[in-house]
Design a protein around this ligand. Structure first.
Ligand code: PLP
Length: 285
């Protein structure tokens, strides 16, 4: 297979020729933000929402976006085409750029912007049929989880610990309540078929997929409770799931070894996944 083409600061280059400075603050300080957009049928899923959040994240760290939305979208489409990507995701990262190493933000530094694609079965990965197992772990992340920064080491450590315990993922817990998954938002469905998920705040990332799911669930007549829940409440849930750009709606069938419902993906989550996939197709750009 020919080498992947990546986008680096205005150029499309083979992966092996891509270069970023050792002094890039994304590398030295995790001083950068990112977005992941799913690709299905060669098109971008709900990309407008991701670009809005990208600008917000940049604003929160005192940066402006080096490219317009139109330029970014054109670049993403170019990258999809050059890599002949049918299904998967496109990753986009903006960092503050290269400057002599100093903690305070440098002035007039040219931001770095990179993007690449990854092929992946997002529409029907086999794991959808069996569902995920998760374990709960302390949330050791920083206090601005609403900013989608590249500082992902705590999430990475949690995912690693989950894997060492034989689980697929971790739900992070703070002050006795679930915040979110390592790279997704967390939800439970109670016996009255109400959808329960933590409200937005700086404690969690405002998922673009979450926003769509809540709107779709409401349209379909479901009752939604945006409130925190404990792991103990989750053990008793009828169904549970996570959401993210690349997993869409993904059933969770076990939490800390407690089977959720009958331990198999349930009908409400299946339905929400179908609704989300219909929505995703409608947003393709
Ligand atoms: N929460 C965290 C911590 C994440 O890293 C992600 C996605 O990467 C999400 C939630 C889900 O966000 P989205 O639906 O926008 O992908």
């Amino acid at each position: 297979m020919s080498e992947a083409i990546v986008f680096v600061n205005g150029e499309y280059v083979p992966e092996s020729e891509a270069r970023i400075s050792v002094f890039d603050r994304g590398f030295l300080f995790a001083d950068g933000v990112y977005e992941v957009t799913s690709v299905i049928e060669g098109g971008l899923v709900d990309n407008a929402g991701h670009l809005v959040r990208l600008r917000r994240s940049l604003g929160e760290i005192g940066m402006s976006c080096p490219m317009s939305d139109e330029e970014i979208t054109l670049m993403q489409k170019n990258l999809i085409e050059r890599n002949q990507l049918e299904q998967g995701m496109i990753y986009l990262q903006v960092s503050r750029g290269a400057a002599p190493r100093d903690f305070a933000f440098p002035v007039d530094t040219k931001p770095s912007i990179v993007a690449f694609t990854q092929s992946r079965n997002v529409l029907s990965p086999p794991v959808v049929e069996r569902g995920l197992t998760v374990v709960t772990l302390p949330d050791i992340r920083w206090r601005r989880r609403d900013i989608k920064t590249v500082g992902l080491l705590p999430a990475s450590m949690a995912k690693q610990r989950a894997a060492e315990q034989g689980a697929d993922d971790a739900w992070m817990v703070e002050d006795g309540y679930v915040t979110e998954g390592t790279s997704n938002n967390a939800y439970i469905i109670d016996r009255e078929q109400r959808l329960i998920t933590r409200p937005l705040s700086s404690d969690i990332l405002p998922g673009i997929t979450r926003k769509a799911i809540l709107a779709l669930a409401e349209e379909s007549g479901m009752e939604i409770l945006e409130r925190s829940f404990t792991p103990e409440e989750a053990y008793q849930a009828q169904e549970a799931f996570v959401s993210s750009a690349t997993t869409f709606v993904m059933p969770v069938v076990s939490i800390d070894g407690h089977a959720i419902g009958d331990g198999k993906p349930g009908p409400v989550v299946k339905r929400l996944r179908e609704l989300y996939i219909d929505f995703a197709r409608r947003t393709l750009s």
